[in-house]
Write a protein that binds this ligand. Structure first.
Ligand SMILES: *Cc1c(COP(=O)(O)O)cnc(C)c1O
Length: 397
C-alpha cells in the first residue's frame, strides 16, 4: 500500500511516544514512574462533568452543532476574553475546535501556502513544526537562549525574518520551559510583528497556571494594533483538567476565523457536543477548582525544584508557569558517560525506572522534560531514583 510523502515525513509526537514506552514497561510488571505526561493528573471538576451529563440526558448533545461551536459557548468565550484579555470580541471572531491542538492545525491550513515561513522559538512544543509542514509551510527555528530564560528577542526575530515570513508562534508560559515573557518583551515583539505584518499566533493555553506571584500578560492585551495582529489559541484542557474532552478555541481576525470555520466544516464538522456543554460550564461556572489545582501545582513546583536542581550536573531555571521542569543535563550526561540525551533518557527508564521526555523533541538536545502533573509521592520517589541513577553511573568511572 502507498503512503503519502506527507505521512512518511511526519514525526510522531515524542511526548506521546515516551508515555507509551513507559506504559509498555509497566505492562511487563516493571515499577515505572512516568513523568512524561502533558496533562493535569486531576480529574475534571464535578460541576463540569455534571453539565455534560445533563446535556447528554436532555438530548441537547445528540445532534451536530454549528461548525464554529454552539453560540452559548462562543458567547462564554467572548465573556472570558473580556474578563482575562480586557477586550470585546464578536462571536464571529471566535471558533471552538477539537482541542487547542486542532485550532493550531486548522489555523495553519487557513493561513499558509507552500513555502510560507513560520517563526518558531526553540525550545518549542512538539507539534508546531510538524503542523506547519503539514500545511506545506516552512518552520524557521529561532533559539531561545538559556541565559535569556529560553526566550527570543526582537533582534533574533529580525534576523530570522524573510519576505516569506507569515507568522510567529509565541507560547507563554511555555511548554516545555515554563518561562513567561514579560510585558516589555511582548510589547517589543508585538510592535515588531505589527510593523512587519507578521501574524502572532499566541498559544496561551497555560495562561492561568502561573506561580509564585509571577504574572502572565497576554500579548493580545498590549495594544489595539497588536490585538488585531494576533490569533489567540486557548482551551480548557490544562486550566480545567479537561484534556480528554477535546475543546479548544481560536480568537481573532474575523476573516481568518471564517476560513477556519470553513475548514472545520469540511473536516471535523463540530467539536463533540457534550464536550461543548462541559466547556460552557467550565468557562462560565464556579472557578474555585481552577485556583485549587493551580495552588497544588505551585506547591509541588516549590518542593520539586530544589530536589531536581540538586541532582549532580543539572542546570535549571525555576519555571514560572505550566507544569514542567526543563533542566539542562549536559554536565550530568558528561559525568555519566552519555553524549546523547535520547540514550540517557532510555537508560534512565530501563535501569532507573523513571520515564522523562527527551528534550530532543522540543529542539533542545541537552535537556529533559519533567512533568510534575503527578502526586507528590510519585515525584519524590522519581527524583530519588534519578539521583541514584546518576550517582551509580558516575561512580562507575
Ligand atoms: C497541551 C498543549 C496544547 C493542546 O492542548 P489541547 O488538549 O489540544 O487543547 C497546545 N499547546 C501547548 C503548548 C500545549 O502544551
Amino acid at each position: 500500500m502507498k503512503l503519502s510523502q506527507r505521512a512518511q515525513k511526519l514525526e510522531p509526537s515524542v511526548t506521546l511516544a515516551a508515555a507509551a514506552k513507559a506504559k509498555a514497561l509497566k505492562a511487563k510488571g516493571v515499577d515505572v514512574l512516568s513523568l512524561t505526561v502533558g496533562e493535569p493528573d486531576f480529574t475534571t471538576p464535578k460541576n463540569i462533568k455534571d453539565a455534560a451529563i445533563t446535556a447528554i440526558n436532555s438530548g441537547q448533545a445528540s445532534f451536530y452543532t454549528q461548525s464554529a461551536g454552539i453560540p452559548e459557548l462562543r458567547l462564554a468565550i467572548a465573556d472570558y476574553m473580556e474578563k482575562y484579555y480586557d477586550r470585546k470580541y464578536a462571536i464571529e471572531e471566535i471558533i471552538v475546535t477539537d482541542g487547542a491542538k486542532y485550532a493550531l492545525y486548522n489555523l495553519f491550513q487557513a493561513i499558509l501556502d507552500k513555502g510560507d515561513e513560520v517563526i518558531i522559538p526553540v525550545p518549542y512544543w512538539v507539534s508546531y513544526g510538524e503542523q506547519v509542514k503539514l500545511a506545506e509551510g516552512v518552520p524557521v527555528y529561532v533559539d531561545g537562549l538559556f541565559e535569556n530564560d529560553f526566550k527570543v528577542t526582537v533582534a533574533q526575530l529580525e534576523k530570522a525574518k524573510t519576505k516569506n515570513t507569515v507568522a510567529l508562534i509565541l507560547n507563554s508560559p511555555s511548554n516545555p520551559t515554563g518561562m513567561i515573557y514579560t510585558k516589555e518583551e511582548l510589547t517589543a515583539i508585538g510592535n515588531w510583528a505589527v510593523k512587519n505584518d507578521i501574524l502572532i499566533v499566541a498559544d496561551d493555553i497555560y495562561g492561568r497556571l502561573v506561580y509564585d506571584g509571577n504574572e502572565f500578560t497576554p500579548i493580545a492585551t498590549l495594544s489595539e494594533a497588536i490585538a488585531k495582529q494576533t490569533i489567540v489559541i486557548n482551551g480548557v484542557s490544562k486550566t480545567y483538567a479537561m484534556t480528554g474532552w477535546r475543546i479548544g478555541f481560536a480568537v481573532g481576525d474575523e476573516k481568518i476565523i471564517k476560513a477556519m470555520t470553513n475548514i472545520a466544516s469540511q473536516s471535523t464538522s463540530n467539536p463533540t457536543a457534550a464536550s461543548q456543554y462541559a466547556a460552557l460550564e467550565a468557562l462560565s461556572g464556579d472557578q474555585t477548582s481552577v485556583e485549587n489545582m493551580r495552588a497544588a501545582f505551585e506547591a509541588r513546583l516549590n518542593k520539586l525544584y530544589p530536589l531536581v536542581a540538586a541532582i549532580p550536573g543539572v542546570e535549571l531555571k525555576k519555571p514560572q508557569g505550566a507544569f514542567y521542569l526543563f533542566p539542562n543535563v549536559k554536565k550530568t550526561m558528561e559525568m555519566c558517560g552519555y553524549d546523547d540525551v535520547n540514550v540517557f533518557v532510555e537508560d534512565l527508564l530501563e535501569e532507573g525506572h523513571v520515564a522523562l521526555v527527551t528534550g530532543a523533541g522540543f529542539g533542545a538536545p541537552e535537556n529533559v522534560r519533567i512533568s510534575y502533573a503527578a502526586s507528590w509521592d510519585i515525584l519524590e520517589e522519581a527524583v530519588r531514583r534519578m539521583h541514584k541513577f546518576v550517582e551509580n553511573k558516575r561512580n562507575k568511572d
